[in-house]
Ligand binder design. Sequence first.
Ligand code: PLP
Length: 452
Amino acid sequence: MTLIDETSSLPAGGPALEQVRRVGTPLPGPRSAAILARKADAVASGVAHSMPVSVVAAGGGVVVDADGNSLIDLGSGIAVTSVGNAHPKVAAAIAAQAAQFTHTCFMVSPYESYVDVAEALNRLTPGDFAKKSALFNSGAEAVENAVKIARKYTGRQSVVAFDHGYHGRTNLTMALTAKSMPYKSGFGPFAPETYRVPASYPYRDGLTGAEAAERAITMIEKQIGADNLAAVIIEPIQGEGGFIVPADGFLDAVVDWCRANDVVFIADEVQTGFARTGAMFASEIFGIEPDLITTAKGIAAGLPLAGVTGRAEIMDAAHAGGLGGTYGGNPIACAAALAAIDVFENDGLVERAQQIGALLRDRLAGIQAEDPRIGEVRGHGAMIAAEFVDPATGKPDAALTAAVAAACVKAGVIVLTCGTFGNVIRFLPPLSIGDELLTEGLDIVAAALAAA
Ligand SMILES: Cc1ncc(COP(=O)(O)O)c(C=O)c1O
């Protein structure tokens, strides 16, 4: 039973939603608190939440809760609603498809929108070579399938991932993910034949890209051996690990080594893809052409959809029936993706991500200039983070980070933390947010830091 009976009085989501921050109750307000109490009773404790609200509408740059509080959204549901929540084109496409048919299973009776999404992915992803795609439901599922495809293509088993990497919560992707708490602790044993090598984290390791690549490649050659290696998987900018931008030259050196050794290079662009970094895909920023790219999150504006796209000869290595899943490439998710891709391409969202990035970066750099507790501001486009440290030692300051985030939450700003050391606040606003709201959100972050 819902606590809100007068559903007609709920605000409609989408860009028409009033673009203001409004916090009229302590968070959570009474209606949200009642729903969260039911959550505590009904939903497994492992499914945690960071914002103490129950959402009724969202759009533009705000999220509205059951008590009428309107929160500034600097998280996009973890980099998903890049085109904006409840975007009218996406909402219309979903409604039209839902009225047509909701599911047939593409492996049983195919439909055109899946093919359209595959064609769009083949066209939009970097690399001027013949490509093919397959669709799945989540980022983790895309990563699992990219590894399956690479193993089948190479006939080898080992997979290399990197320090600070995050690839999901399924068994194989937990194995590829670096951080134990909260993602892995107690959930083993993990999938075999997965190895981890050091990444490039210029702020902390002080290495050039070439040096960091040599360190990683030496470890791969000595501890695994190229002959055993099916794939190397890396996020071009590491997301959950702390928005770590590798030093110039790192990624291309790893790609070159993979190519010379017939190892499949997989770019996990689940978080960085679809205009987020001010390029359609972050691989473009580093001038690399991955053999396979995994996508999800921003692709379908919140509907569960993911893809693996890459060289046709690699993608075709799996035998007929070897790839798929009941829901993969669901028609409603495909309709949402086609509408979202239309918005990305035709409403200038790559450029908008660059503008948002400039605003975020300038403001955070200004705060950093006055406050050495911000050790580094980094990222690309609308994927920017601040790393908080103890200025005396340079050590990560997770307590300060948590205090700043908590103050933002209280003031009605949705911010997300991340980082191997829990000392990074990441900014992932929807690309539909206005400058005024974004600036107000950053004012609150600045005030929270000053008060912490
Ligand atoms: C780079 C990366 N890969 C994979 C995943 C897993 O995606 P999902 O949560 O859709 O399974 C994520 C999620 O945050 C991610 O950021």
